[in-house]
Write a protein that binds this ligand. Structure first.
Ligand code: C5P
Length: 234
């Protein structure tokens, strides 16, 4: 069964726990994405509490610093017992290898580690004029994905529309975690290029990240169930 990760883009612990309450009765609790806003507001205690309630957690903190600092930060995160964490591939292969080292527990287990290639908010124009990277955006994204793979990482965050190409370049076992997903006929909001859960599955996404179509639904448990069924093409 492939997972739909619910993006818990809430401002604080209270709002998050209120949202999660109806999910407590599910036999298989959802995967949740906790990003910078909530982590900085509510901290590691809240992550532990949610994890202890049986949810899986993708901690979306996008680390990017010198290798030693990232390694030491990952050593702290590994003790939170989360299931997936990420970093910026732009930090380079030495940083990514250091991150993996820091994240690996004494028994050899570790959370899934994925990379952000280029943020979807970075356009070709910004890349060329501000960052002075003169290659096509698509080539840079695939190159960063290959760097992540050669550093030992498990996958990347990308659009469902890029998932097939990432698999062509890095192999089918390299994980694609894909936001920008909406139900057919739903509001796109600020997402520019959206796909449905079923389309994302056909395009090869391994994990979906869905926020507002679930968090803003009248019945979030029902919306999550629908996303899971469509993504798993049941
Ligand atoms: O509400 P929505 O479904 O648009 O939420 C998508 C989630 O995925 C948000 O938490 C957003 O920050 C995240 N995300 C994204 N696009 C990326 C990377 C992360 O939408 N390229």
């Amino acid at each position: 069964m492939k997972d739909v990760i619910i993006a818990c883009d809430f401002p604080d612990e209270k709002a998050t726990l209120t949202f999660l309450q109806p999910f407590m009765g599910l036999a298989r609790k959802p995967y949740l994405k906790i990003g910078m806003e909530l982590y900085y507001a509510a901290g590691p205690q809240m992550v532990r509490k949610i994890k202890e309630s049986g949810f899986s957690i993708f901690l979306d903190l996008k680390l990017h610093d010198i290798p030693n600092t990232v390694k030491r930060a990952m050593q702290v995160l590994k003790n939170l017992d989360v299931d997936m964490v990420n970093l910026h591939a732009a930090g380079g292969t030495e940083m990514m290898r250091a991150a993996l080292e820091g994240l690996t527990r004494d028994d050899g287990t570790r959370p899934i580690l994925i990379a952000v290639t280029q943020l979807t908010s970075t356009s070709q124009d910004v890349m060329t004029k501000e960052l002075l990277i003169d290659r096509p955006l698509d080539e840079v994204v695939m190159h960063y994905a290959k760097n992540a793979q050669s550093s030992g990482l498990d996958g990347v965050v990308c659009s469902p529309l890029e998932a097939g190409k990432v698999h062509d370049v890095c192999g089918s076992g390299f994980i694609t975690v894909t936001p920008g997903v909406r139900f057919a006929g739903g509001e796109a909001g600020d997402q520019k290029r959206v796909t449905t859960p079923g389309m994302a599955a056909e395009l090869g996404s391994d994990f979906l990240v869905m926020g507002r179509p679930i968090t803003g639904a009248q019945d979030p448990v029902e919306a999550y169930g629908r996303a899971m069924r469509e993504f798993n093409q049941q």
